[in-house]
Design a protein around this ligand. Structure first.
Ligand code: MN
Length: 497
């Protein structure tokens, strides 16, 4: 818990340079003065502590000096006698622009209908995001600190904020790939939304974990010896406990039986290069037999949110089941801090803040940016107006989505495990109904073939065929494709349920 400026900037792995440090220092003093005398809801803590804590979350992610200054000042225009003009005069356009975004996103009218309220909030978040992703990151950090100190608020308010966190902030953090923040937000929301189950899970995990700790330590020791023998340089080997909420979700599928959870504690191996990761995998499997079918190589096939690692489940010491995750240091940073990690790596070169899609130093790889671009396009197309649009965004978009391309380069968004059948109906009903065959990345595939992120899908149609094949219903994953297939079949007098 940093209190002083020195403690705050020390959190950063790559130190601020002189100019950046001056900006952060000025913002620190300004916010301190502006919030002087204000207390937080518990009546004890200085309000200013909230500003420092919010900034600290971002500094830990490696964000730049503009974001850090904006985080320190984020409540100034709204809650103190200083105005946005004062902030702009003192800190310039960039900092003021970000704070203005944060203030705007925060001014969401609370409506009678909770559903509408959430969607409205979500919409504003996204509009802000498309303009500047730093606004979203500050809002997430602000929310995380508010969640950490939620106990001081009245019960009714607690529940509303926790629900909003679960419905709006968790999915966004997940989509941005900020695994660590997402996990903490989710656990905190869980604590207030379902206190009974929360207590149950905490007890269950803590009990199970104490026993596991000795075991995990032993496996770590054995693996490290093995790596040393093979002369493989590792950066870090550590155990990680599962977050409470994700454990709860898993347990519900497994009769609440904790012995059925195989990744309750996992071992994480961090290495210098991708080649080292595969070497390490070989060494792990030589030492401990792998469970067949449980190796997931998210390095060659990253998850839609960009997550990369190799996961394997092995029979560890004494033949007990153990999950192992293998990744490079960069992948590790990306998994913990998501899109923010790219600041760390881009700032090594440029040391500058940037505005996504707006100007200078857009250093985030295209594939990471694609979904943001996609969002912006959707906004343009729909004007962001209909509630259905935002409702579908909320439900579908955040579940595991993939993007595939037409040969012309148009982006088609699909749910995970979608097939050429879904792709064809997404383009046009005609294309679906007349589909004859499909190619993925230039290769002929079956119509039930699974499409992966980034695939180029080519659909061949035929003039003769005018109706879909009944069997396609087995391959179709989207509601849209299924209902269109059924409608076409019905039109041809074929009965379908
Ligand atoms: Mn705040």
């Amino acid at each position: 818990m940093p209190k002083t400026l020195k403690e705050l900037v020390k959190i950063r792995r790559i130190p601020f340079d002189k100019e950046q440090l001056a900006r952060v220092a000025k913002a620190y003093e300004f916010a301190k003065k502006a919030h002087a005398g204000q207390k937080r809801k518990n009546g004890v803590d200085d309000y200013f502590e909230h500003c420092v804590e919010t900034a600290a979350i971002l500094v830990k992610m490696g964000l730049g000096s503009i974001s850090t200054a904006a985080a320190l000042l984020h409540d100034v225009p709204e809650d103190t006698s200083y105005t946005m003009e004062d902030v702009e005069r003192e800190f310039g356009k960039d900092v003021a622009f970000v704070i203005d975004g944060v203030t705007k996103v925060g001014k969401v009218r609370l409506r009678e209908n909770a559903q509408e309220y959430f969607l409205e909030n979500l919409r504003k978040m996204f509009l802000a995001m498309a303009a500047d992703i730093r606004v979203v990151l500050i809002k997430i950090a602000d929310r995380l600190h508010n969640m950490r100190t939620l106990e001081y608020l009245p019960e009714k308010k607690r529940e509303r904020i926790a629900r909003e966190t679960m419905e709006v902030f968790v999915p966004i953090a997940n989509r941005l790939g900020i695994g660590e923040v997402k996990g903490e937000l989710e656990d905190l929301a869980f604590k207030y939304l379902d206190p009974e189950n929360y207590k149950k899970i905490v007890k269950l995990e803590d009990e199970a974990f104490i026993g596991r700790q000795v075991y995990v330590d032993r496996a770590i020791k054995e693996l490290c010896e093995e790596f040393k023998k093979e002369k493989l340089k590792v950066i870090d080997v550590h155990g990680r406990a599962k977050h409470y909420y994700s454990l709860f979700v898993k347990l519900q599928d497994r009769d609440m039986d904790i012995t059925k959870i195989h990744d309750l504690s996992a071992i994480r191996i961090v290495l210098p290069t991708v080649a080292n990761c595969y070497e390490a995998l070989g060494i792990v499997h030589k030492k401990y037999n792998p469970l067949i079918g449980r190796i997931k190589d998210y390095i060659s096939l990253p998850k839609p949110n960009g997550y990369r690692s190799i996961h394997t489940t092995v029979f560890g010491p004494d033949g007990k089941i153990l999950e192992i995750q293998i990744r490079t240091e960069r992948m590790h940073d990306e998994a913990e801090y998501g899109i923010a990690a790219h600041w760390i790596y881009s700032e090594k070169k440029s040391w500058k803040d940037f505005i996504v899609g707006k100007k200078k130093n857009v250093d985030i790889p295209e594939d990471q940016l694609r979904w943001i671009t996609q969002l912006r396009e959707w906004q343009r197309e729909t004007g962001g107006q209909t509630d259905e649009f935002w409702a579908s965004l909320k439900i579908d978009f955040f579940k595991n989505h993939i993007f595939a391309f037409t040969p012309k380069g148009d982006v088609i968004d699909l749910p995970e495990k979608a097939t050429p059948v879904d792709f064809a109906y997404q383009i046009h009903t005609e294309v679906g109904d007349r589909m004859e065959s499909a190619k993925i990345n230039g290769k002929m595939v079956s119509l039930g073939h699974e499409i992966h992120n980034g695939d180029v899908v080519e659909i061949a149609t035929s003039k003769e065929s005018k109706m879909p094949n009944r069997d396609w219903l087995k391959f179709a994953k989207t509601v849209q494709a299924k209902s269109k297939i059924k409608a076409s079949l019905r039109k041809h007098g074929i009965e379908v349920v």
